[in-house]
Design a protein around this ligand. Structure first.
Ligand SMILES: NC(=O)c1ccc[n+]([C@@H]2O[C@H](COP(=O)([O-])OP(=O)(O)OC[C@H]3O[C@@H](n4cnc5c(N)ncnc54)[C@H](OP(=O)(O)O)[C@@H]3O)[C@@H](O)[C@H]2O)c1
Length: 459
């Protein structure tokens, strides 16, 4: 073991001498530092070309990360093939390794260690440029550390082992080995989702991409770093303006705060949180700001929340864009039938907040939890579903949008899984009958800036 370690050290030292090009230190700096920096800058150029479009920026971050990790494939895996070519054809030293007691595997192992170090420098440089220069950020709080570190380590082990294979092939292929190395580097770069999504590949090549382990490695690293891998265009982002930010200029600025915090350029649906009846002029100005944002393409739709029939009439009289949605408290214990009818009359979509009655159990439990309601539970049992799924189905079948909130992955999945069963008319009516008329949230008429105002921090 001691002998092996000593030989590995010797090989690594030799590798370091060769890589660091002691005869021409400038070349070493070019390869070890300037080349990864140049790569980062090329990507920077691409970034600026797409930066203004949030959807593409999200995808770009994914590619940027894959490019950073790709250094291991080019420098270590393919690089081990290059070791053979260089030593055999350029330095003509390979014959000495054959005859030395070190052995070819040990020698290649030592050389790969240096290449691992240099690839790490390259990766760290690229990530640093991405973070500080390009502002390409990932959320440290959502990094999945254990899978990230273990898949990273597994990938490195795979790189070195595949590197031995490439080196072996290079030895069997004198002269054309250069082509093999180049071809491998290009193939992995183009086919593994490093520079564009593999969905863009023709069907046959996509199948090939799915065979390459690096396709999965890059995707895993991206995801464990907190990137969902889901394109921005597949996510609908809705947020609200709080009453403290009402007023034309303030609301325009509130958009910047929200978009900045969300890291996006365009919000899909932006709504006013409350009608603020005591200062309705401010509400009108805030809504006019939403209309401006809509005209400028900064938001795709605008709407309101907790607006009662009178508030809607006053708003419609003073502004030109009919709100796309009115987000209101609706769950089996508080249905707001009249308001639902008024929304429909104006062709405003009713969006139910606390749709599974969250407010009945997380604020005060005085009127019981909808999740434990016996009627809802009986209907759920009849369909082999959960009470939450039954309530969500009730909303959908009555033409409402529902926005259940959960931080629990299994519940999020459960709340989506409602499209393959149907409640009967009797079951819908039985849930309608549970209405108590008791509101869980604050009375919209009583919302004032004095009682409910609070500063919304800058992005
Ligand atoms: N416009 C407004 O004035 C207003 C007011 C209140 C809320 N909202 C919005 O409405 C949305 C949701 O409303 P909400 O949070 O009040 O109530 P909700 O979605 O009806 O209920 C959320 C609660 O239910 C739990 N939950 C979620 N799915 C579940 C399931 N399948 N089984 C059992 N429990 C489940 C969640 O727990 P876990 O998270 O622990 O899983 C959480 O405690 C939010 O996006 C919020 O922004 C708007």
């Amino acid at each position: 073991m001691r002998v092996l370690a000593a030989r590995l050290r010797t090989a690594a030292w030799l590798g370091w001498q060769i890589e660091s090009n002691w005869a021409a230190p400038f070349l070493f700096v070019v390869y070890a530092v300037l080349r990864p920096l140049a790569m980062a800058l090329i990507l920077a150029g691409m970034y600026w070309a797409v930066a203004s479009q949030a959807a593409r920026r999200e995808a770009f971050l994914g590619f940027y990360l894959a490019n950073a990790f790709h250094a291991y494939v080019t420098q270590v895996m393919v690089g081990m093939g290059w070791v053979v070519v260089e030593e055999r054809e350029d330095y003509e030293t390979l014959k000495y390794v054959y005859t030395s007691p070190m052995g070819m595997l040990t020698y290649l192992g030592g050389r790969s260690t240096v290449k691992l170090v240099l690839a790490t420098v390259s990766m760290v440089l690229a990530l640093t440029v991405g973070w500080f220069v390009l502002g390409l950020r990932w959320d440290w709080a959502s990094v999945a550390w254990v899978p990230l570190v273990s898949s990273f380590a597994l990938g490195l082990v795979a790189c070195v082992h595949l590197g031995f294979l490439v080196a072996g092939a290079a030895m069997l292929l004198p002269r054309v080995a250069i082509t093999l190395n180049e071809a491998l580097a290009v193939a992995f770069y183009l086919l593994c989702g490093v520079i564009f999504p593999i969905d863009l590949l023709p069907a046959g090549l996509r199948q090939l991409a799915l065979v390459f382990p690096f396709t999965y490695w890059y995707e895993a690293l991206r995801r464990f770093l907190g990137r969902s891998g889901v394109d921005r265009s597949e996510i609908f982002v809705e947020t609200k303006i709080w009453i403290t930010d009402y007023g034309y200029d303030q609301t325009l600025h509130a958009f910047d705060k929200s978009a900045g915090k969300l890291g996006i350029d365009q919000i899909d649906l932006l709504i006013l949180h409350q009608a603020l009846p005591g200062e309705f002029d401010l509400t009108i100005s805030a809504y006019q700001a939403l209309e401006t944002l809509l005209g400028d393409g900064k938001v795709r739709t605008i709407g309101v929340s907790n607006f009662m029939p009178d508030h809607l009439s006053a708003l419609l009289a003073a502004t030109s864009e009919v709100p796309a949605v009115n987000q209101i408290e609706v769950h089996p214990y508080f249905r707001q039938s009249e308001l639902l009818a008024v929304n429909s009359e104006h062709r405003i979509l009713s969006q139910a907040w606390s749709p599974i009655g969250g407010i009945t159990f997380y604020r005060d439990g005085s009127h019981g939890s909808t999740l434990q309601d016996p009627v809802i539970n009986d209907i759920a049992a009849a369909h082999g579903r959960t009470p939450a799924q039954v309530m969500l189905r009730w909303h959908l079948q009555q033409g409402r949008q529902a926005i259940p909130k959960s931080v629990t992955p299994s519940r999020i999945a459960e709340n989506f899984d409602i499209f393959d069963f149907e409640l009967t008319a009797d079951q819908l009516a039985a849930i309608d009958d549970l209405d108590t008329g008791v509101r869980g949230g604050p009375e919209p008429e009583q919302i004032t800036r004095t009682a409910f105002g609070r500063d919304i921090p800058e992005a």
